[in-house]
Design a protein around this ligand. Sequence first.
Ligand code: HEC
Length: 133
Amino acid sequence: MRTVWIILFVAFAGYTALVYTNGDAGRMEPATAQVRAGMDTWQQQNCASCHQLYGLGGYMGPDLTNEYQRAGEERMRAFMRYGSGRMPALELNDAEIDDLIAFLAWVDRTGSSQVSPENVHWSGTYFIKPTTP
Ligand code: HEC
């Protein structure tokens, strides 16, 4: 019986040490003032009524979590400035567009919204890997 308690205590102490020393591994890069301004514009313009970040939001437009690396900055600027047949032109000024780009580039660096097939276990569990800042 005593051995069981010792094993449990060692496991607890070891796991606690691991959590406290490794806890910062996947920490997000701090948001700059411009990133925060972009987030404000994102909320004021209610971009999330049509777009998702990490799968959350409206479904009229595409998920924009990783659009920065997928579509590139110029394409995103064009949509924000002129809209398209399906996205309305929101009459954003240059500063607002710059801020939104900074925000969406930052969101992109927080990780991937699509779990790639090699990160899905046969049981359906996702392997979550911490992103390196
Ligand atoms: C009324 C719904 C609606 C709102 C509000 C909206 N969008 Fe869109 N957006 C769309 C749709 C629909 C598309 C796809 C357009 C297409 O492919 O022609 C799109 C496309 C985009 C794209 C291009 C994605 C690509 O294909 O590369 C970007 C970037 C984008 N939106 C950013 C924004 C931002 C930033 C805001 C807020 C300032 C916003 N959108 C608000 C509907 C919306």
